[in-house]
Design a protein around this ligand. Structure first.
Ligand code: IMP
Length: 185
């Protein structure tokens, strides 16, 4: 296991194993494939750099209907483990989503501020439909309500890393999701 300490925190125990994540991703992909069957044009999987890339890639690989990938980027927490509440668009859509079915693929929803901001932004581009697929939902932390169409796991209010999620740009490469814990050493 990778045990590098970073900024007073270190990698804690696994919250979700790689196998549990992969099994759930396959289930979500099955539901998405059924729901979007028969579209005229590919479903757009819109994911949020960089945290959602692992999830969007694995999900897309298991979806059986045609898909396009697009990416947006927003300002993140930086070196903190709590939401600042300020969201800024750093990279806009590169595809024209007008009249297209769009599934926003998110790694984690915490306060909901990032997702709500992106939802409003994408809605302004007049997609045929816009829904949300999220791997991890810290439901008890919600400040802004968001409608989740596909949810991987509801998790407790703990800062987690791995499977795309980082702390200080570290741990994104891990196949499991771990809790980040204070480094007392
Ligand atoms: P929200 O706007 O508070 O819902 O936060 C959403 C964003 O915060 C996510 O897309 C992540 O980038 C980041 N985030 C929230 N919780 C965690 C966590 O536990 N680990 C890593 N990143 C997180």
């Amino acid at each position: 296991m990778q045990q590098a300490a970073s900024g007073g925190y270190r990698l804690g125990p696994e919250l979700l194993t790689a196998a549990a994540i992969q099994a759930r991703v396959a289930e979500l992909a099955g539901a998405v494939s059924r729901d979007y069957e028969g579209l005229d044009r590919p479903l757009i999987l819109l994911s949020v750099l960089k945290g959602s890339v692992s999830f969007a890639t694995d999900l897309g690989r298991s979806i059986t209907v045609p898909v396009n990938f697009d990416y947006v980027a927003v300002s993140s927490y930086g070196q903190a483990t709590v939401s600042s509440g300020h969201v800024m668009l750093l990279k806009d859509l590169s595809m024209d989503v007008a009249g297209r079915h769009v599934l926003m693929v998110e790694d984690i929803i915490d306060t909901g501020l990032t997702t709500a901001f992106l939802f409003e932004h994408v809605q302004r581009h007049a997609p045929a439909s816009l829904k949300l697929c999220v791997l991890l939902d810290k439901a008890e932390r919600r400040v802004k309500p968001v409608e989740v169409a596909y949810r991987g796991f509801t998790i407790p209010n703990q800062f987690v890393v791995g499977y795309g999620l980082d702390f200080n740009e570290l741990y994104r490469n891990l196949a499991a999701v771990h809790v980040l814990e204070p480094d007392a050493t």
